[in-house]
Design a protein around this ligand. Structure first.
Ligand code: HAM
Length: 421
C-alpha cells in the first residue's frame, strides 16, 4: 500500500511551485523596499517559549501544538515568539534600537483540516521591535496593504481594534465575564466552555446563537484610558491621511494572548469560513515577559495558502516558468558526450539546456523536446561529430539553420522570449 502524506499537509508540485515562488520573491523584494531584514529561526523551539508567550489557555497551546521529546520541544506554530527569542538571545537591540525583521516559514498546528486550514502551512510576516509610536502601527498596516494590493487583491477589508493594555483589559474582561455569566443559558456550547478561562474569546464566536449576546456586550472602548484612545486615534488619523480604508471592529481580539493595544486583520470574501488572510497586532509586553527589557513591538503574519486561494480565485496571472531554450538530441555515446560539452558551454552563458538522460531513441527524444516545449533543438549524430557544423532547428517555425559549432555562443537561443505573449 502506498504511504500517503499526513492529513492537513500539502505537496507543492513543480507545476504549482511558480505561484509560491512568485509570492515569496515579491514579499522579499517589498520587504527590502520597506527596509525589513530577513530572519530565520529553527523549525522547533523549547515548548515553554510558546506556552509562555501565546498563552496556556489559547487553542494553539492547549490543543494544537506538535510537541515531542517528553514535551520539551515543539514545532513552531507561529513566528512571533521565535523572533523575539532570537532578538533577545542575539542581543539585536544593541545593533539598532528599532529592528524591522521579516520571515517566510512553515508553521505547524494540529487543527481540524478544512478549506484554508492546514496542519502544516506557510506564513510570511514582519515584526517592528523597539517602538510604541503609532507611526510603527501605520507603517506596518501600510506595508500589508501595499503588498496585498500589489498582488492584485482588491476585495479585502482591513479590520482594526485596540484591546488596551493589561490593566484595561483585565478590568474589561471582568465586566465582560459578568455580562456573559448573566446570559450563560443563551450561549453556545463552545462559548460556555470559554466563559471560565478565556471569556474575551467568546467575542470571536461565529455561532449564530451567540450573535445577539455578543452584539449587546460591553465594548472595550469604554474601558480604555486616554493613552490607548489617543493611540487608536493617531493610527486611524495616519491611515485616513494616506487614504487607507479600514473598519473598526471591537470584536477583533485575536487568538494569541500576547496582544496588547492595536490588533488588526485583513479579511477577504473570497475565502470561506476561514476568512482572515492576515493577522497581527501590538505585543508591548512580550519582550519583557520573555526576560528582556520593556520593549514595545508590533507585527503581522499572512497565510500563503489562503493568499494563493484568493489569487487563484481572482485569476491572477502568475508569471509562467521559463521556457527551455534548447534540447540536445543524440543517438550514441560519443554524441551524448558532445551534447554534454555543448550544453555546459551554453549553460555557462545562461542558455537553458536539456538533454536525454535515459538513453532514449531519437524519436522519443524529439517527442520529449516537443513535450517540454523547447524553443530549439540540435540533433548530434555521426555527421555532426565528423564535421564542425550542427543544424539548429526553431521548433516554432520549423526553420533550420546550419551553424558552426565553434561559433555557437553567437546564436541567440533567447530570441523566442521577445515573441512570448
Ligand atoms: P495568526 O492569526 O495565528 O497570527 O496567523 C496569521 C495568518 O496565518 C492567518 O491569518 C492565516 O492566514 C494563516 N494561518 C493561521 N493558521 C492557519 C492554518 N491552520 N492553516 C492555514 N493558514 C493558517 C499569527 O500567527 C501571529 N504570529 C501574527 C503576528 C505576527 N502577530 C504579531 N506578529
Amino acid at each position: 500500500m502506498h504511504i500517503l502524506r499526513p492529513k492537513g499537509t500539502n505537496d507543492i508540485l513543480p507545476s504549482e511551485i511558480n505561484k509560491r515562488q512568485y509570492i515569496e520573491n515579491m514579499f522579499r523584494s517589498y520587504s527590502v523596499l520597506f527596509n525589513f531584514k530577513e530572519i530565520r529561526t529553527p523549525a522547533f523551539e523549547k515548548t515553554e517559549l510558546f506556552s509562555r508567550s501565546i498563552g496556556e489557555l489559547t487553542d494553539i497551546v492547549s490543543k494544537e501544538m506538535y510537541s515531542f521529546n517528553n514535551n520539551e520541544f515543539t514545532l513552531k506554530p507561529e513566528m512571533t515568539a521565535p523572533v523575539i527569542r532570537a532578538y533577545l538571545e542575539n542581543k539585536l537591540c544593541n545593533i539598532s534600537p528599532v529592528q524591522k525583521l521579516f520571515y517566510i516559514s512553515n508553521m505547524f498546528r494540529h487543527e481540524r483540516p478544512q478549506a484554508g486550514r492546514f496542519r502544516e502551512f506557510s506564513q510570511f510576516g514582519a515584526e517592528i521591535i523597539g517602538t510604541s509610536e503609532p507611526i510603527a502601527d501605520i507603517e506596518l498596516i501600510v506595508f500589508c496593504n501595499f503588498f496585498l494590493k500589489k498582488l492584485g487583491l482588491s476585495n479585502i477589508v482591513i479590520k482594526m481594534n485596540n484591546i488596551g493594555n493589561l490593566n484595561e483589559r483585565q478590568e474589561y474582561i471582568k465586566i465582560l465575564k459578568q455580562y456573559f455569566l448573566r446570559n450563560r443559558e443563551y450561549l453556545s456550547h463552545d462559548s460556555i466552555k470559554r466563559l471560565d478561562k478565556n471569556p474575551i474569546r467568546i467575542l470571536d464566536s461565529k455561532e449564530k446563537q451567540d450573535k445577539e449576546i455578543i452584539d449587546n456586550s460591553p465594548k472595550i472602548f469604554d474601558y480604555l484610558q486616554e493613552s490607548s484612545i489617543n493611540h487608536l486615534n493617531s493610527v486611524m488619523k495616519g491611515l485616513d491621511g494616506l487614504g487607507i480604508e479600514y473598519i473598526i471592529d471591537y470584536k477583533l481580539v485575536r487568538g494569541l494572548d500576547y496582544y496588547t493595544s492595536t490588533t488588526f486583520e485583513i479579511i477577504s470574501e473570497d475565502l470561506g469560513a476561514q476568512n482572515a488572510v492576515l493577522g497581527g497586532g501590538r505585543y508591548d509586553t512580550l519582550v519583557e515577559q520573555l526576560g528582556g527589557k520593556p520593549t514595545s513591538a508590533i507585527g503581522f503574519a499572512c497565510g500563503i495558502e489562503r493568499l494563493l486561494m484568493i489569487m487563484i480565485k481572482n485569476n491572477f496571472k502568475f508569471p509562467v516558468e521559463n521556457r527551455i531554450d534548447l534540447y540536445l538530441i543524440s543517438n550514441n555515446i560519443a554524441a551524448r558526450s558532445k551534447c554534454l560539452e555543448i550544453a555546459l558551454k551554453l549553460r555557462e552563458h545562461g542558455v537553458i539546456c536539456e538533454l536525454d538522460l535515459a538513453g532514449r531513441s531519437i524519436k522519443s527524444q524529439m517527442k520529449e523536446a516537443n513535450r517540454i516545449n523547447s524553443a530549439y533543438i540540435i540533433v548530434i549524430d555521426e555527421t555532426e561529430l565528423e564535421s564542425s557544423y550542427v543544424k539548429i532547428k526553431n521548433m516554432d517555425s520549423g526553420n533550420e539553420l546550419e551553424y558552426n559549432i565553434n561559433d555557437i555562443l553567437n546564436f541567440n537561443f533567447k530570441s523566442h522570449e521577445n515573441k512570448a505573449g
